[in-house]
Design a protein around this ligand. Structure first.
Ligand code: PMP
Length: 394
């Protein structure tokens, strides 16, 4: 079959994380490799009650084909929530419900990108975005992300030289680094972008998961005409429903709607009704507070264990929210080597390579803290520290 595949499939990497996840299924492994929300917070019983109600009250309506935009009441809920929690004005007509925000990335690339056009991508960046966009054969223009946000000098240069069509960012508690762009950095990025014909994609699945510090104005707030905002219920309710959304200017919304129709007609009608019922009968902020409380404790436990046990020279980010932190090894060491030593000690994480758009031999790695309890974090970081010492001491 090898001659039969379309050209666009040639450059798309297989998900390295899926390979790692196979190892994590072994019972004695401590895994900091996952990217999953903690299932202890799935609101199973409230969702069951909501589902019963929807079956009883909506009957055929929730099982019939529906419109491509998504349930109007759900879009209204999302618009109201933006207003209440961030002071952002969004019309429900600007919102398209998607099959998770992952589909939003596919639809945006389909609508906006021609082969070979330039895309600014955070480095390191979300590997699901790298994979989704790769299918449309862009030229990636990576721009480094530092502790305060995007490297603006590099961004200005890349924008000038490459004339990008699209720019992809996760400004809150980024996957994979846990970094949040600060307010000055966002203003500087918005200023650079405002002078160009670039669509800025602000992917924000983690924004509600802040456990320290205070909220920073979104790109959508700073640059509404050029920003496309992506949201998701995956990290705040459940990922299995596959419910996310795109907020886009009306002209772009129209095109995205055509792409959505062509892709799958509409997002699952039943899960939209169930989610809407859940949101109507329950306090989402109360639910999110429980998740944030746990993730905050877990992150603090991980940072404290790292500070206590990792050898000097290994640095880590200190996230204010989200699910990940990002480590960097001393000069000359490779995270893949650490990974191999770590597996023999029955602890795993994700080496940095898949988060880059170009081949690198990376000294960086991602640690997930959302799915691991504090005592297990302590044990796992201890095992990693031993692997690190062994590697550094040769
Ligand atoms: N964007 C980012 C930055 C993510 O981390 C994820 C999930 N890991 C997604 C998008 C996809 O989320 P969804 O479940 O909404 O498709």
């Amino acid at each position: 079959m090898n001659d039969h595949f379309a050209d666009r499939m040639h450059d798309v990497p297989r998900s390295f994380i899926r390979e790692i996840l196979k190892v994590t299924l072994e019972p004695d492994i401590i895994s900091f490799a996952g990217g999953l929300p903690n299932r202890a917070f799935f609101p199973i019983e409230p969702l069951r009650i909501a589902a019963d109600k929807v079956f009883r009250e909506k009957g055929g309506d929730c099982l019939q084909y529906s419109n491509s935009e998504g349930l109007v009441e759900l879009r209204g809920y999302i618009a109201r929530r933006y207003k209440q929690s961030q002071g952002i004005t969004v019309a429900p007509e600007q919102i398209l419900i998607t099959n998770g925000s992952q589909q939003a990335l596919d639809l945006l690339a389909k609508v906006l990108l021609n082969d070979g056009e330039s895309v600014v991508m955070e480095e390191p960046g979300y590997l699901g975005a790298i994979q989704a966009l790769s299918l449309y054969r862009p030229r990636f223009a990576p721009v480094a992300v530092h502790r305060e946000g995007m490297d603006c000098a590099q961004l200005a240069e890349v924008v000038e030289r490459n004339k990008p069509r699209l720019m992809y960012t996760v400004p809150n508690f980024q996957n994979p680094s846990g970094i949040t762009y600060d307010a000055d950095n966002r203003r500087a990025v918005a200023e650079i972008i405002s002078q160009r014909e670039v669509v800025l994609v602000e992917d924000d699945p983690y924004g509600d998961l802040r456990f320290s510090g205070s909220a920073v104005p979104s790109f959508y707030h700073l640059l509404p005409e050029q920003t496309v905002l992506l949201g998701s219920f995956s990290k705040t309710v459940v990922p299995g429903f596959r419910l996310g959304w795109i907020v886009a200017p009306v002209e772009l919304h129209e095109k995205l709607l055509i792409a959505k129709q062509a892709a799958d007609l509409h997002t699952c009608n039943f899960t939209q009704y169930v989610l809407l019922q859940f949101l109507t009968d329950n306090d989402l902020d109360h639910h999110i507070a429980a998740i944030v409380g746990a993730y905050g404790r877990q992150c603090r436990a991980m940072v404290a264990a790292i500070d206590r046990m990792f050898p000097a020279g290994v640095t880590c980010t200190r996230p204010d929210g989200g699910m990940f932190l990002w480590g960097t090894l001393p000069e000359g060491l490779r995270a893949m080597d650490l990974f191999e030593r770590a597996v023999t000690r029955r602890v795993v994480f994700v080496p940095g390579e898949p988060f880059y758009t170009r081949p690198v031999s990376s000294a960086t790695f991602r640690l997930n803290f959302s799915c691991v309890d504090e005592p297990v974090i302590e044990e796992g970081i201890g095992r990693l520290a031993e692997a690190l010492k062994e590697m550094i001491e040769g």
